[in-house]
Design a protein around this ligand. Structure first.
Ligand SMILES: NC(=O)C1=CN([C@@H]2O[C@H](COP(=O)(O)OP(=O)(O)OC[C@H]3O[C@@H](n4cnc5c(N)ncnc54)[C@H](OP(=O)(O)O)[C@@H]3O)[C@@H](O)[C@H]2O)C=CC1
Ligand SMILES: O=C1O[C@H](COP(=O)(O)O)[C@@H](O)[C@H](O)[C@H]1O
Length: 479
């Protein structure tokens, strides 16, 4: 497990109070209570907590919700830990579009805050249309000095709206106070990418155009949109998981080493990758929609929203020129798995093994989900043929139980570590790269649920290794 206390705090120090807007919502129920409870159990939660939402609840009602939400995630509840956790909370009901809420919030913050710690963390797990309003009210109420503000996704729905939101927020607070949450940046293998790539010569020497022919990134989900039609139909796969999660992963896979340990040292390197990427060509993308999607409640009649997307991206820099990055993501696919796969160049012909074709290319696989693992696919000579020999490891076996993504991100935000959050320029660059698919989306092609999307996605990788079945096996055991 990476050490959460090892975080660089950028001089901000720990928050004196943690305010969560939207505490009665779905995300809080699914993720926030559990993550905070787990931090409490680890002894890492040392903050008064204030929940804010519209409904008139008592703290007892909120804690009933917290208890059932934590239990619903399958987490075993330790009553002593829960009692400590529950004692930290207060709750404030009100409409966040009115100044009155912020006056009362200021009073409550002053009442509960840890006096020796001037900073505060505001976490906005709220409808995105309210991000600007809330931040403006916080600033007008004088609550933002020395504070950090974490905002949930999505951050805009295209380049123009992302820029407009950034400008609006920047009129109230500095960029250094803003944390754009992307839960993929809290996943253990995504974090480990930076360490593994640069701490291991065996990997770092392979990680460029001299050794790599192409990169595939797959995010497959066997489940569909089900009861999320209202949310998903105006969004689609590109905005839902590519612009944010997979582009962030891509940057960590391909960036140069950061030159220091500050928040911006890492984020500068990620932004450099995005800046080196030309905008995607609409002719190099395939949009798919699974059969039956249009019958889902909340999906518009004749919807052309994509539930699958595959695209080819380029990075025009010295490290990656000529190495395409293929991304595919979708719902109702053949497997639930997220992985990054690098294909290495073939070795020259082996004259001492006459009659054999050159060996299959080696592949490096980083599995992000369902469980973190890594695999190096080698080949060995076996009785006249080539045999694949995988070297594999499971992160949990080697590194212990990881923090949950939101546990890690909330802890980082509370301790002033901003490295795990997306910066303004990176978010805008990712929208720029993908904008052609938003402005003029290619026609959507129907695909069969349980497949790997429309067959047209296979044509996209023509001339390169075909899409690979994600590696789902138990590390160390035969597939
Ligand atoms: N749900 C999920 O799985 C995920 C959500 N997100 C993001 O998290 C954010 C929240 O999503 P989610 O939890 O699903 O949303 P919900 O609609 O479930 O919750 C919204 C919350 O905002 C509160 N709220 C809304 N309007 C007001 C208002 N005017 N004044 C005070 N409180 C208000 C609601 O309070 P009340 O209930 O009292 O009305 C509720 O607590 C969004 O940005 C979403 O994109 C990101 C990843 C996953
Ligand atoms: O943000 C989202 O991510 C999930 C995939 O993330 P995971 O951590 O659950 O694998 C995706 O299913 C969802 O549609 C999207 O909104």
């Amino acid at each position: 497990m990476s050490n959460p206390e090892g975080a660089v705090d950028g001089g901000r120090g720990r928050a004196g109070v943690f305010v969560i807007f939207g505490i009665t919502g779905d995300l809080a129920k699914k993720m926030t209570f559990r993550s905070l409870y787990r931090l409490e159990r680890r002894g890492l939660l040392d903050y008064p907590l204030i929940g804010v939402a519209a409904d008139e609840w008592t703290v007892d009602q909120l804690m009933d919700r917290a208890r059932s939400a934590i239990a619903d995630t399958g987490e075993e509840l330790d009553e002593d830990v829960f009692a400590r956790f529950a004692s930290r909370w207060s709750y404030l009901a009100g409409d966040v579009t009115t100044p009155e809420v912020y006056r009362r919030l200021g009073e409550e913050m002053a009442r509960v805050r840890v006096q020796r710690r001037p900073g505060a963390l505001f976490y906005l797990e709220m409808p995105p249309s309210l991000f600007g309003t809330i931040v403006e009210h916080l600033a007008q109420a004088g609550l933002t000095e020395g504070a950090s503000i974490a905002v949930e996704k999505p951050f805009g729905h295209d380049l123009e709206s992302a820029r407009a939101l950034n400008e609006r927020l920047h009129r109230a607070v500095d960029e250094g106070q803003l944390l754009r949450v992307d839960h993929f940046l809290g996943k253990e293998p995504v974090i480990e990418l930076e360490f593994m790539r640069f701490a291991n010569l065996a990997l770092s020497r392979l990680w460029d155009r001299d050794s790599v022919t192409c990169i595939q990134i797959t995010l497959g989900e066997t489940f569909g949109v089900e009861d999320r039609g209202h949310f998903y139909d105006p969004v689609g796969a590109l905005r839902d998981v590519v612009q944010n999660h997979l582009m962030q992963v891509l940057a960590l896979v391909t960036m140069d080493p950061p030159t220091g340990a500050s928040d911006d040292d890492l984020r500068d390197k990620k932004s450099e990758v995005f800046r080196a990427m030309p905008a995607v060509l609409a002719s190099e993308a395939v949009r798919g929609q699974y059969s039956g999607y249009r019958r889902i409640d909340g999906v518009a009649d004749g919807s052309t929203t994509e539930t699958f997307i595959a695209l080819k991206l380029a990075i025009d820099n010295w490290r990656w020129e000529g190495v395409p990055v293929f991304i595919r993501a979708g719902k109702r696919l053949a497997a639930t798995a997220t992985e990054v796969r690098l294909f290495l160049r073939n070795t020259p012909r082996l004259p001492f093994l006459p009659g054999l074709d050159s060996a299959a290319d080696n592949q490096v696989v980083l599995r992000i989900d369902p469980d973190a693992a890594m695999r190096l696919e080698l080949v060995a000579y076996d009785d006249g043929t080539w045999k694949k020999v995988p070297l594999e490891t499971a992160f949990a076996r080697e590194l212990g139980e990881p923090l949950e993504p939101y546990e890690r991100l909330l802890h980082a935000a509370l301790t002033g570590d901003h490295r795990l959050f997306a910066r303004q320029d990176a978010v805008e660059e990712t929208w720029r790269v993908l904008e052609p698919l938003i402005d003029a989306p290619p026609a959507v092609v129907e695909y069969a649920p349980g497949s790997w999307g429309p067959p047209e996605a296979d044509d996209l990788v023509s001339g390169y290794p075909s899409w690979q079945e994600p590696w789902l096996g138990e590390p160390g055991l035969p597939d």
